[in-house]
Design a protein around this ligand. Structure first.
Ligand code: SF4
Ligand code: SF4
Ligand code: SF4
Length: 723
């Protein structure tokens, strides 16, 4: 059976995953944990389940249900199917008042014969004693209980030879009806037992019984459909077979016919029964002393309180009292009856054999099938068990024997074996989850600590940036004033003023960019991710603005004082943002042309010109734009020395230069250079132009506040034409 199919016993939607069913179940693998909509549920593996019903009693949430044939029985009856009933003796004990009217109602619906299984039980008793005496078969385990038979067939094949090879009362009754009464009717068992469905569907019972109609479902249907009729009763007389459904009922029958000298081991209970079988198996395998026979029932209070009776009926002793009355009625006073009270056991047995003299014991012999190969419960090796314990974070002996049962299993070892068999997961171990939660808590605390530290650092940086921005904003007023002065006082500087205005607009644009960058930084603060690129951009652009501001301030002369101040502050802003970079500064590569582009776009762009450098001593050196293929890289200090590629002039400068050559003039993405760039630079910049680019800018020095080497002028040489 696939796990997706609804099994005989199944979990309904009430399950809350409390694991109680696991603790009650005698089969390790009959329950397995699944996750459904994020919740733990315990469902039934129908192949492994023996329908013992223990989980019904254990579950406080009524989350276990079972299937029987009640619906099909009534549908077939309505369709006119010819059906006779085999009635469990427990039905009378459970419904002493309704018994007759319900049977009458069923008769009205078309039921043919009603035969009590008590009669079948009398045949079973006869068959057991006959087989035991004829085959000297001692130590046999009774087999009226299909849960017990199912358990032995699936999990204890060693005990199969010990199962009494005679059919149960139900099947003895069915065989009698079919073979001796020659009835061809379909047979329905009115049953107190869920597991009887397994028995009637077992190929070893030949399909003689077609329906397992349980008390609970039958009476539910009867009440819903108001089925009752003129009183009716079962048809064949029976004897002490009527007490088979009570604990020790079979034992009492055997004592009745064989005397009480022999030891009959009576054992019942969904848990105790299977623990007993473990021990019994050991006795059998070791050849130790065995009882005359074992009277074994799955249900602690016998079939009269079977797994399929109505729950309210299970709460009171009424059934037992009713059964006691049935038992007394079954004993007769006449001397010719096997159930006569005044006879010795030997005389009773003699009369029993006479009663069933026409029966052939071979008709009632039962075979069993070893299902242990189909339903295996794997046993992990010591190493495999250790591995599972490891995955459950159970490293010490103490951790492996907590045995709190929260997972449903009595011991941690059982849980580990269930995990090994794929029936459960470590997540259902309370202590594993507790460990995990503690670890999560520690990680969360560590993260929280780190977050606080990072927040503090970022807040500090934000404060610094805000201070610089505020300073720049303050200087905008002064800059504005200077621009107005320049515009009013010097018409010759109209062109420069225009440039300054343009630059001013750029400064405003830059201010916007800066604002956005700061917003970005705030976002980064929240997400705790470092994104230095924005800051780097700000720094770079600020540097270049500083350069332009310096240039334009120099052009404006005294009128550009305010502009010089803002240039100074923008420079400071660049300096203050640069520490936030995590990337190396970019002055080593002129390929980052957008920075340079920003510097010179405002100026008149002149091609084919010469750039010259004015050193500290005003020694003007023209640097022609040579076509020599330079390959100088890095930052060599260039002293006043001739360079063959430089043509007529040599750079006189003691500072480090960056020379980035390119073989392709198209790679130069910025047009060089302003025609009037000979103004005062706050730092000193050095430019060398060669034929295949050739821009040399020592940006760091350019951006360094003034002083140092003094005036350095950049000017254009109209002779150079190699751009
Ligand atoms: S009926 Fe019995 S064997 Fe089946 S799941 Fe319930 S407790 Fe386990
Ligand atoms: S006892 Fe089992 S079936 Fe019932 S609610 Fe708990 S986990 Fe679910
Ligand atoms: S410690 Fe875990 S595995 Fe052991 S019994 Fe408790 S819940 Fe089950």
């Amino acid at each position: 059976m696939s796990m997706a199919e609804k099994s005989l016993v199944y979990t309904n939607e009430n399950c809350i995953g409390c694991n109680k069913c696991i603790s009650a179940c005698p089969v390790l693998t009959a329950n397995y944990a699944i996750e459904q909509n994020g919740e733990n549920k315990i469902v039934v593996n129908g192949d492994a389940c023996i329908a013992c019903g223990a989980c019904f009693d254990a579950c406080e949430h009524e989350a276990r249900s079972y299937q029987d044939d009640t619906e099909r029985f009534f549908e077939d009856l309505k369709r006119g199917e010819k059906i006779s009933l085999l009635l469990a003796p427990a039905f009378l004990a459970n419904y002493p008042k309704e018994y007759a009217s319900v049977l009458g109602g069923l008769k009205d619906l078309g039921i043919n014969h009603i035969i009590s299984v008590s009669f079948g039980a009398d045949i079973t008793t006869w068959g057991y004693i006959k087989y035991i005496t004829e085959h000297n078969f001692t130590g046999g385990i009774s087999q009226p209980c299909p849960a017990v038979v199912g358990y032995i067939e699936k999990y204890m094949p060693e005990l199969l030879p010990k199962l009494m090879p005679v059919h149960s009362p139900l099947m003895c009754g069915a065989i009698y009806i079919k073979k001796y009464m020659k009835l061809s009717d379909k047979l329905a068992f009115i049953s107190p037992c869920i597991a009887k469905k397994m028995e009637i569907e077992d190929p070893n019972t030949y399909g003689y019984v077609s329906y397992n109609v349980t008390f609970d479902h039958l009476m539910d249907y009867v009440r819903k459909h108001n089925i009752k009729g003129k009183n009716a009763s079962d048809e064949i007389e029976y004897g002490l077979g009527s007490i088979y459904p009570m604990p020790g009922g079979l034992k009492e029958n055997v004592y009745w016919f064989c005397g009480e000298e022999m030891f009959i081991r009576q054992v019942e209970g969904e848990k105790h029964m299977y623990e007993f079988l473990e021990d019994y198996k050991e006795r059998v395998l070791k050849g130790r002393k065995l009882p005359f026979m074992v009277d074994a029932l799955n249900c602690a209070n016998g079939c009269v309180y079977g797994t399929a009776i109505e729950p309210e009926k299970a709460k009171v002793d009424d059934n037992l009292y009713a059964l006691q009355e049935i038992k007394e009625r079954s004993k007769r006073n006449g001397r010719n009856h096997p159930f006569s009270k005044g006879l010795s056991p030997k005389q009773r047995l003699h009369r029993l054999n006479s009663k069933f003299a026409k029966l052939d014991i071979n008709d009632f012999i039962r075979k069993y099938t070893d299902h242990s190969k189909e339903i295996t419960i794997k046993k992990p090796s010591r190493e495999e068990l250790d591995k599972i314990y490891g995955s459950m974070e159970k490293r010490t002996e103490h951790e492996r024997t907590i045995n709190c049962s929260a997972c449903g299993y009595e011991t941690c070892e059982k849980m580990a074996r269930a995990i090994y068999n794929g029936c459960n997961t470590k997540n259902n171990c309370l202590h594993y989850m507790k460990n995990m939660i503690e670890k999560e808590k520690e990680t969360a605390e560590e993260l929280s600590r780190e977050m606080h530290e990072k927040n503090a650092i970022i807040e500090q940086k934000n404060r610094k940036i805000s201070e610089v921005v505020e300073s720049v904003a303050n200087d905008f007023g002064l800059l504005d004033k200077s621009i107005h002065e320049m515009a009013a006082g010097n018409t010759n500087n109209a062109e420069e003023s225009t440039n300054i205005n343009l630059l001013m607009m750029k400064v405003v644009d830059f201010s916007d960019e800066l604002k956005k960058a700061l917003e970005g930084i705030e976002t980064l603060t929240r997400s705790l991710q470092s994104n230095n690129e924005e800051i780097t951009n700000v720094a770079d652009e600020t540097n270049l603005l500083s350069l332009n501001a310096s240039i334009e301030a120099a052009r404006a002369g005294s009128a550009g004082r305010g502009f010089a101040i803002i240039a100074e502050n923008i420079k400071k802003l660049a300096d203050s943002t640069s520490p936030f970079r995590s990337q190396p500064t970019r002055h080593s590569s002129i390929c980052q042309s957008r920075n340079i582009l920003l510097s010179f776009l405002y100026n008149n762009q002149v091609e084919n010109t010469e750039i010259s450098v004015h050193n500290a001593s005003s020694n003007r050196l023209a640097l022609p734009l040579s076509s020599s293929p330079w390959s100088v890289t890095g930052m060599p200090p260039i002293q006043q020395q001739a360079h063959s590629a430089m043509g007529q002039n040599t750079l006189l400068h003691g500072k480090t230069l960056l020379v980035i050559p390119t073989a392709d003039p198209d790679h130069i993405t910025l047009p060089l250079f302003t025609k009037s760039i000979s103004g005062y630079f706050r730092g000193h910049a050095l430019l060398i132009e060669g034929a295949e680019l050739a821009l040399v800018i020592h940006l760091d020095e350019l951006l360094t506040a003034g002083g140092g080497e003094g005036d350095v002028q950049l000017h254009l040489d109209q002779r150079a034409t190699n751009f």
